[in-house]
Design a protein. Structure first.
Length: 438
């Protein structure tokens, strides 16, 4: 998934999910129909550099669908800062769109509301079958053992983007492969108003994505095997501290990045203010900001030691966007046709090319368009060294509470307050206390 602003969203998320669970679903009508066969409403997530960029990408494809099907799609591109709460409000009111994009990490949480159409074998058959999709993408579509709550649309992975000229000027021949190397390189690259690495310290979702990976590399997780929160183990505390220390101790991230939440670190990288960037499928975003493809390189996200792989060598979460249908849609047949259209080989090539993401549809993914060196890093990461965030009903609360705790720790680091093992553990304990009781 991409980014949400959750500083104010955490309490709303928890309360809305509690309400949804209590009412047993998000449909005020008790089920969908085909009462409005000629129109669809679609909430698209903001995938490009701006909402206007997304409209330019999507509208020609929606016009194409209308010409083919006779169904007009009314699209709204919803910023990530609003998307989750908009969806949760819709699940309680029953006043949502017919089709919507969701961050794949939210799949199990939204599945638990009962508001989304389950993608059972019959529904998958209507769009060409479940086996069209790659396994890693299907792993982030809902809780294990249940029919998926959504269908994969865009697949992404984190990578390390590095400025070739800045590296050469600093005498660095290759990108860092371990965190120790990244810190050492980052110090050489920092100075004169420029910094080694960018971050979005005020963006809870970016925060959770990174500390999730650090936790995996420390052999830890944020949940027990039976789905209970476990935020204060030695491994998770060490993981969060290591991430914050990139600013607090190592001084390779600018203190001002503690306030970043809206892609400012991507803009800084494109402008040569930061030498490195950890981001999901950033090429299209960078191009839209005037950075040429040959100005930067792409490498796997560093690991503690060795090379990326499974277990403690995980270096990305399984990032991506899923496409879901509200059960109480007034055009269920049209919504299914739209999902089939958006996940067709032709549309997968067009849309994933526009967003520099990877098609989760097997046949589209093998197209030559996606065999570039940049995509090779992303595809290899998804295949070998990415892990799905916990597919549990409380996942969205987990993102907001931990992501906000990390935000508070970045604020401490930026203000020059000490970030210690004890202070990290205290923030994580507060976050765990905000989770629903089991």
């Amino acid at each position: 998934m991409r980014r949400i602003r959750a500083a104010a969203a955490g309490a709303v998320t928890v309360s809305l999910l509690t309400a949804v669970t209590a009412c047993g679903g998000g449909s005020s009508t008790g089920g969908g129909s085909n009462d409005s066969p000629k129109t669809l409403t679609y909430w698209a997530s903001n995938q490009g550099a701006s909402i206007e960029v997304d409209k330019k990408v999507l509208q020609p494809e929606l016009d194409k669908f209308e010409k083919q099907s006779g169904i007009k799609v009314k699209v709204e591109v919803v910023p990530w800062s609003d998307l989750l709460n908009r969806i949760l409000t819709a699940t309680t009111s029953g006043q949502g769109p017919d089709v919507l994009n969701i961050g794949n990490t939210w799949s199990a949480s939204l599945q638990a509301t009962g508001a989304l159409l389950p993608w059972d074998a019959s529904n998958f058959a209507k769009i060409g079958g479940k086996d069209r999709f790659v396994d890693s993408a299907l792993g982030s579509t809902g809780a294990q053992g249940k029919d998926p709550a959504a269908v994969p649309l865009y697949s992404m992975a984190y990578a390390l983007y590095y400025n070739k000229k800045m590296f050469a000027d600093a005498g660095l021949a290759t990108p860092p492969a371990t965190w120790d190397e990244l810190v050492a390189d980052g110090k050489k690259l920092s100075g004169g108003g420029k910094w080694g690495l960018g971050a979005e310290g005020s963006n809870p979702s970016e925060n959770i994505h990174h500390v999730f990976v650090f936790a995996k590399q420390h052999g830890a997780d944020f949940f027990t095997a039976d789905g209970k929160p476990d935020f204060t183990s030695d491994g998770t505390v060490a993981a969060v501290k290591q991430y914050i220390d990139l600013m607090a101790k190592d001084k390779v991230i600018a203190p001002g990045n503690a306030e970043y939440a809206q892609n400012q670190s991507v803009s800084d990288f494109a402008k040569g203010k930061n030498a490195m960037l950890l981001w999901q499928s950033a090429s299209a975003n960078l191009k839209s900001q005037g950075m040429s493809d040959d100005a930067y390189g792409i490498a796997p996200v560093p690991v503690q030691s060795g090379t990326p792989g499974t277990g403690t060598h995980v270096n990305s979460m399984v990032a991506g966007i899923n496409l879901a249908v509200f059960k109480n849609s007034h055009n269920l047949d049209g919504a299914t046709k739209f999902v089939k259209f958006m996940t067709s080989d032709a549309e997968q090539k067009i849309l994933n090319t526009a967003y520099s993401s990877i098609p989760p549809v097997k046949t589209a993914q093998t197209d030559a368009t996606f065999n570039t060196p940049a995509n090779a890093v992303l595809k290899d990461t998804l295949a070998k060294s990415a892990a799905a965030l916990p597919q549990v009903a409380d996942e969205s609360q987990f993102e907001t509470t931990i992501g906000t705790a990390v935000k508070a720790l970045f604020a401490d680091a930026a203000a020059g307050r000490a970030v210690t093992t004890e202070s990290v553990k205290a923030e994580l304990e507060k976050a765990q206390q905000q989770m629903p009781a089991k």
